[in-house]
Design a protein around this ligand. Structure first.
Ligand SMILES: [Zn+2]
Length: 299
């Protein structure tokens, strides 16, 4: 018997690379002919309220980066909530449990505004570095913590940094979640398969193209700088929205309070909402609502 463990990828037998690829896969497409109230396009806005947890996950030694996280709570989220309320738009906020424990009032304000809160890890940990037991424990504890603070049991998961481990899907199924929003196999919703079998979970796909952090992040000690002007970022998001509208699909967007919340950037969110509102038949909904509609009305 040969020991596959020591083989290089180019030496693997076909069964091995097929098994890796097929472990978590996009199954049946879930695109309804029409969205709620006959709408032709669904708009799903999301905000990942990481706040201090990115720095805590890395050891928590940088006071500056912890304060940057506090900006997300002090300025970013209030500014976002104000903008959403002005246009009567509901959205989804993915919150690490530690960020919710640090800022419980913020989560209650989010829920009071009609928005959804979803799981975003315990302390923004990277799932692919964890054992099955540790990841499972953190997902379940995160769900309990968010429910205790916000008063609503989360039904959706966005893995921190979209880092999806080989165990994540089975854990999400065991936790009774309705959907995930961390994978990029499509632009519209799809059924998630685990080793070829339907799980009952729906994916509402994300994409780096539709993520503010890709264009705006900055790290003083690395070469990472915001190279793309805000107007160009709006242009990319608007093209994604216009094409989703033409195709009758979902426009899903990922933003971060400590990235989009600035005076020179918050207008992008406002412009996207105004642009969508200017077209007939656009349904703004939380990720949970979009997933629910897609699952029950797929053509
Ligand atoms: Zn995050």
């Amino acid at each position: 018997m040969t020991d596959d463990a020591n083989l290089e990828p180019w030496q693997w037998p076909e069964a091995r690379w097929r098994a890796l690829v097929n472990h978590v896969r996009a199954g049946r497409a879930l695109r309804p002919a029409r969205w709620r109230d006959g709408a032709r396009c669904a708009v799903a806005l999301s905000f990942d309220s990481d706040h201090e947890t990115n720095e805590l996950r890395d050891g928590g030694k940088s006071i500056g980066r912890l304060c940057w996280g506090q900006y997300g709570n002090r300025v970013g989220v209030p500014r976002i909530l104000k903008t959403l309320a002005r246009y009567d738009v509901r959205a989804t906020f993915y919150v690490p449990a530690v960020a919710a424990l640090l800022h419980p009032d913020e989560q209650r304000r989010v829920v009071a505004g009609g928005h959804e809160i979803g799981i975003h890890g315990w302390i923004h940990e990277l799932n692919s570095t964890l054992s099955l037991e540790a990841e499972r424990d953190l997902v379940l504890r995160s769900a309990d913590t968010l429910e205790r603070i916000a008063g609503v049991r989360p039904v959706g998961l966005r893995t921190p940094s979209w880092d999806f481990s080989p165990h994540t899907l089975a854990i999400a199924k065991e936790a009774g979640l309705a959907y995930d929003s961390s994978l990029m196999a499509d632009e519209d919703c799809f059924e998630l398969l685990l080793d070829g079998a339907p799980t009952g979970l729906v994916e509402l796909p994300v994409e780096w193209v539709r993520d503010d952090a890709v264009y705006f992040m900055m790290n003083r000690f690395q070469a990472l700088r915001p190279y793309t002007p805000p107007a160009d970022v709006l242009d990319i998001f608007r093209r994604e929205l216009d094409a989703a509208y033409e195709e009758g699909g979902v426009f899903q967007l990922t933003m971060h309070p400590h990235v989009i919340g600035y005076r020179s950037r918050i207008w992008i969110l406002e412009e996207i909402i105004r642009h969508a509102r200017s077209r007939p038949g656009v349904w703004f909904a939380t990720h949970a609502e979009v997933v629910d509609w897609a699952r029950t009305h797929a053509a």
